[in-house]
Design a protein around this ligand. Structure first.
Ligand code: NDP
Length: 422
């Protein structure tokens, strides 16, 4: 079995994210925002803050500790062992432009289940102290950031030293940020896939367990808000691992180079920033009334339903274009490119209703934190423009791929993300 085919890479231009200047700004802004938000929950009760002294600014970046280094290395090794030797099938990747093929171990669900079991049993038996792990949160953040910078630097140099440089632009800052290698490998294994799935999503899952466990250890109870956010997120992460192989056909794996942007996203942005809600709840302890909790879980379930059924409709359609959608034969559109477009189900109501589902879940997790601070809303506030932009980029890509056929499709499916609204 192989991963999805990929269009051959074209010559790279420094035209994304505002070019070299935009890339330079983002290289500084992404870590700065992350450390600032960590300091907001760790030192300022979860509120926005203004640095009043050099000391306060310096305290934003905690020094690494030996304990945090050991935790970090142990965690990477544990996940690598599960990835390489855990039972599961192996998929061959599509050949890259250099004719290389990486291997993908599709055993994420079992690895995640083992990781969760080890964590829960470790915590229940007192072998793992969640509070002791969370005491290393700041140093862990610093170590993960250093690792991301070093990994991006090594990949940059390795990419520049290759015989063929199709994926570089020649702008050092831009190439450092966006990368010069599509799929950096260790042996047969694609590091990008491992770090996105097992470290990005996996660490997020581990933190979603450790944060409520630390609250339980400290106060003897898990607050409603904490339970709601962590359970909803764990559900989303488990679902990701059920459908882990679909990552192989997403642009992250088949199109984006592995530069600082992705290294930082997988190692730092996802695990540390996506759990800001729980970090905030631990610091500010907002009350979540039962009725609000039910409404929030309802929003999460509704969002999940739209997100998952929309994605399944398209995947099912790509495998079998005659498969019924919502119980009826699908309405489809032929294109000159050869692939059909689906006009039934969610794909007939909006061009990216799957993004709407994702956004509903994002807002549900944030609303559980109440309205005491904007800090726990970071996930939704960053995710909304990200998906709005992603929809426009995908639209432009489809316009290039399908030409006039895409215009016809857009005439029939007028809404971008929210049916009858946008
Ligand atoms: P989509 O799964 O929406 O796929 C877009 C592609 O689908 C198009 O390029 C086109 O490719 C094909 N397509 C578009 N319209 C149709 C149609 N009518 N019929 C058949 N095929 C069509 O894109 P993403 O990879 O961006 O998103 C996947 C999921 O991941 C989404 O649910 C998204 O919300 C989620 N996501 C989550 C993120 C997170 O951080 N949590 C970040 C980004 C995404 P082609 O025709 O070539 O097949």
């Amino acid at each position: 079995m192989t991963a999805s085919p990929r269009a051959p890479a074209t010559a790279r231009k420094a035209d994304q994210f505002g070019g070299p200047i935009g890339a330079a700004i983002l290289t500084v802004v992404m870590p700065t925002v992350t450390f600032y938000l960590w300091a907001a929950v760790a030192h300022h009760g979860g509120g926005l803050w203004l640095p009043r002294s050099v000391g306060e600014l310096a305290a934003m970046v905690p020094a690494p500790t030996i304990a945090a280094s050991a935790l970090f290395c142990g965690w990477l090794a544990f996940q690598a062992v599960l990835y390489v030797w855990g039972p599961g099938k192996t998929i061959q990747g599509w050949p890259t432009e250099h004719g290389e093929r990486a291997e993908y171990r599709i055993n994420g669900l079992l690895s995640f289940a083992i990781t969760m079991a080890v964590l829960v049993i470790g915590i229940a038996t007192g072998v793992i102290s969640p509070r002791a792990v969370l005491a290393q949160w700041g140093p862990l953040l610093t170590i993960a950031t250093i690792f991301a910078i070093v990994a991006a630097g090594v990949c940059y140099v390795a990419g520049r030293r290759r015989g063929a440089l199709e994926r570089s632009t020649g702008h050092p800052v831009y190439d450092f940020y966006l990368g010069t290698i599509l799929n950096p490998r260790l042996g047969r294994h694609d590091l990008k896939f491992f770090f996105e799935s097992r470290i990005g999503m996996g660490t997020w899952g581990a933190f979603a367990v450790l944060l409520p466990a630390a609250e339980l250890e400290a106060t003897g109870t898990i607050s409603t808000a904490m339970a709601v956010v962590s359970l909803c997120q764990l559900f989303y992460i488990a679902d990701f691992f059920v459908f882990e192989s679909t990552l192989l056909s997403m642009i992250d794996i088949i199109e984006e180079n592995c530069g600082f942007m992705l290294w930082f996203a997988f190692l730092v942005w996802m695990p540390f920033n996506f759990t800001l809600q729980q970090q905030y709840i631990a610091a500010a302890r907002p009350e979540l009334p039962f009725v609000a909790a039910v409404a929030i879980v309802g929003l999460h379930i509704a969002g999940y339903y739209v997100f998952r059924t929309a994605n399944l409709q398209k995947q099912g359609f790509r495998r079998d274009p005659t498969k019924p959608v919502w119980g009826k034969p699908p309405v489809t559109m032929d294109t000159e490119r050869g692939t059909k477009l689906l006009l039934s189900g969610w794909w007939g109501l909006a061009r990216h209703a799957n993004y709407l589902g994702d956004l509903c879940m994002a807002y549900a997790w944030c609303l559980a934190c109440g309205f005491g601070s904007i800090v726990p809303y970071f996930y939704a506030l960053y995710f909304t423009p990200l998906l709005l932009d992603r929809e426009r980029r995908d639209n432009a890509m489809c316009q290039r791929k399908y030409g006039k056929d895409w215009d016809r499709y857009c005439e029939r499916v007028r809404y971008r993300i929210i049916p009858y609204v946008y």
